[in-house]
Design a binder for this molecule. Structure first.
Ligand code: DGJ
Length: 712
């Protein structure tokens, strides 16, 4: 049991070294007294509350106001209220009275509260699972007789005062999840997303931590909102020094109006605490994700995606040659990207016409799929279900199926508009089309794309991102229940839909449209703060990147993609034999190590040289590890110096060896003696505390280090 509601009136939680103490004695909504380091087994909750009672400040509120799970003006909360809404200007400040607290399972409790005067009922659902991840959501019910207009219902958690720095993310197409650090000052830091999708620039994970927190050091509290529509993430510090982090769905004007008896449910807020830096945060999120019953459990197949290989040039002969080459080198899944359906010869037309194009594919997709399957590979197919080109049969037949308002076409974006999935006919059409294709063809995988922001997204004149997001979730859920063996990738102009809402019904994300290995180092490193590597799609692109024009060696491209759900996106049918040999050996290496890479614990060193990074994966039983020393740019120092290899068993002795596909030491330097000797044996403690001298690598190179134990 990780959480319980005890006789002392408190909710006690304990998981993965994190303790949770919530004062549920009433009369208001319970308040988090402690969410942080372990408190041991014998807790005197009353004494902890007393210890936290502040002196009365001069010129301030006369009463102490604990920060409840739903902060309220009525109890003196001066920050962003948990609930904002009204009934035609009335009932705008609720004051909930605690009704009931009940354990709903070994790791969950439910809290019910009511404000009879305002005609509102609240249910807070709280889970605290073995991973240490705390999940929270609220359900608001209109118990009154008139409609209630909801403006915001947020999930909030207090963080202690020692959390003085913030980390969150921004980005753009091909540069997703770029970290930004700031001081956790007084006032609010608010990240609003009005893109109608998660967004390239999503806040992603909002982390608050102690001074200078890093991957392996500092105490950190982090939150993520599992939602793929508009959202708000915030960190707020009040004048009394107390601070919270929180998140909410961002609702449009009049978007959610609850009729009598109707309910609104917030997205889940996923939160984690760590006393060992950001690695502890990812470790909690990864364990939580891996414990889900639907988490992909079979080895992640080596994938070839056709996009950067052929783009819209869908020619059976060319694609079968590509499939032949793929099968020869060990590819296990062949994914046909954009361009296979009616009228889709480029990106100006066809979206919505989900019928195999009879001109390009006179015998349907059967000849290609049969060919792929006969060579032992699975077949995957690209869709962009929510989109419609004005130049399509679908639009010509149903121009009213667009999300829009004011009779205007929303601003253009890649020649496409968005289908209104709250329209039951549009929804039924999509469900029928995708279901029919999945039923007719042997399709094991869908790449589900979404290539524009939603703008002026209206349904029958009202803002509709909320309904659209729920409809997409419903559509995915329905397709999954009809075709449970089909895996789905969440793609959105690369990585603009990476969140735990979509990931509850998909099996991996396409982290970015850039296959440039240097860019990918950063994108994957930070996407990995939330997602374990097996959920992150990473492909070897052609030698010269299509998005940046940079040229990289095969070893750098391979050692970068290797750690995630690995594949390629390259016209390998025209690649040099030397490259094919290299690819074949890398694929073999991936197959040998994917068990470790996709089940182990992700670790990252706080390497002192900004020109180089260290990351790795350590087996859960510490019996093996693979590390990457990544030379991003040239270093200022003459030699790189030692790199720490963290996360191994302190007292165990390990052999460390450089392995291929690895960057060769630069022509300017000898390898360090331990490398010239073919490896070295050290304990886990020595590898973390002393580290190992690294060779001088030319920039944009990776050295891979395989770590295996000596003896038992
Ligand atoms: C955007 C995706 O991110 C790409 O990988 C590719 O599928 C294109 N769309 C196809 O239009």
């Amino acid at each position: 049991m990780t959480i319980s509601y005890a006789d002392d009136g408190f909710i006690h939680g304990h998981a993965a070294g994190t303790a949770l103490l919530i004062d549920a004695r009433g009369p208001g909504v319970p308040a988090v007294v402690h969410w942080g380091g372990d408190l041991g087994g014998n807790i005197d909750a009353d004494a902890i509350v007393s210890a936290g009672l502040p002196p009365r400040a001069r010129g301030a509120l006369a009463v102490h106001t604990p920060v409840s799970l739903l902060p309220e003006r009525a109890r003196g909360y001066r920050g962003r209220p948990g609930l904002t809404g009204h009934r035609d200007g009335a009932d705008w400040s609720a004051s909930f009275r605690l009704d009931r607290v009940a354990a709903t399972g070994p790791d969950s409790v439910e809290i019910a509260a009511e404000d009879p005067g305002a005609g509102l009922q609240l249910r807070c659902e709280l889970r605290f699972e073995a991973s240490g991840v705390l999940t929270l959501r609220h359900v608001l019910r209109n118990a009154g007789t008139a409609s209630y207009t909801l403006m915001e219902l947020s999930c909030v958690l207090p963080v202690p005062r020692q959390a003085v720095e913030l980390l969150d993310f921004t980005g753009r197409w091909s540069r997703e999840r770029h970290p930004q650090r700031s001081a956790f000052d007084f006032g609010s830091r608010v990240r609003e997303n009005r893109r109608g999708r998660t967004g390239h620039d999503a806040a992603f994970v909002l982390a608050a931590g102690t001074t200078g927190f890093g991957f392996r050091s500092g105490e950190v509290w982090a939150a993520h909102l599992g939602w793929s529509g508009d959202s708000t993430m915030f960190a707020e510090r009040a004048p009394d020094g107390r601070a919270v982090v929180g998140g909410a769905e961002l609702l449009g004007p009049g978007e959610v109006v609850l009729g009598p008896g109707e309910e609104y449910t917030t997205p889940w807020l996923y939160a984690a605490h760590s006393r060992r830096g950001l690695d502890g945060i990812s470790s909690a999120f990864h364990s939580w994700l891996r414990a889900r019953p639907q988490h992909p459990s079979r080895p992640r197949p080596v994938t070839l995606n056709t996009w950067e290989a052929v783009y819209f040039d869908h020619d059976l002969e060319r694609l079968t040659r590509l499939a032949d080459t793929a099968a020869q080198i060990g590819v296990e899944r062949f994914v046909l990207d954009d361009g296979w359906f009616r009228h889709r010869r480029d990106d100006t037309a066809g979206l919505g016409d989900w019928y195999v194009d009879e001109g390009v594919w006179p015998k349907g997709l059967h000849p290609l799929i049969d060919h792929v399957v006969a060579r032992g590979m699975e077949f995957g197919l690209w869709f962009e279900p929510e989109m419609i080109n004005p130049d399509s049969d679908l639009y010509r037949a149903h121009p009213d199926w667009l999300l829009q308002t004011g009779g205007r076409m929303p601003p253009a974006w890649r020649n496409q508009q968005v289908l209104d999935l709250a329209n039951p006919d549009a929804y039924a059409y999509l469900l029928e089309r995708i279901d029919a294709l999945l039923s007719e063809y042997d399709i094991a995988y869908i790449k589900w794309d979404h290539n524009r922001d939603l703008m002026e997204a209206g349904h029958e004149g009202q803002p509709a991102v909320h309904r659209q997001t729920l409809a997409v979730y419903r559509l995915l859920d329905e397709l999954r229940s009809r075709h449970p063996r089909v895996e789905i990738e969440s793609c959105s102009s690369g990585g603009a839909r990476v969140d735990l809402g979509i990931l509850q019904r998909t099996d991996r994300v396409w982290a970015s449209d850039t296959n440039d290995a240097l860019e990918r180092q950063s994108i994957q490193r930070w996407t990995g703060l939330l997602l374990p590597p097996e959920l992150i799609g990473a492909h070897i692109g052609p030698p010269t990147s299509h998005t940046t024009g940079r040229t990289h060696t095969l070893s750098f491209r391979a050692a970068t993609a290797l750690f995630c759900h690995f594949g390629m996106e390259w016209d390998i049918a025209s690649a040099a034999q030397e490259d094919l040999d290299g690819l074949q050996s890398i694929i073999g290496f991936y197959k040998q190590l994917r068990g470790l890479l996709h089940h182990g614990e992700v670790v990252r060193g706080d390497h002192p040289d900004p020109a180089a990074w260290v990351h790795g994966v350590v087996a859960a039983d510490r019996s093996q590890a693979l590390f990457a020393y990544v030379q991003l740019a040239t270093s200022v120092t003459e030699v790189p110096g030692p790199a720490a290899l963290p996360g191994l068993d302190d007292d165990r002795r390990y052999r460390v060896q450089a392995v291929h596909p690895a960057g060769e030491p630069s022509g300017h330097s000898m390898a360090p003696p331990w490398m010239a000797d073919g490896g070295i044996v050290l304990t886990g403690r020595e590898l973390e505390a002393v580290g190992l001298q690294m060779p001088v690598l030319d920039p944009e190179n990776v050295l891979l280090l395989l770590v295996t134990p000596i003896g038992k």
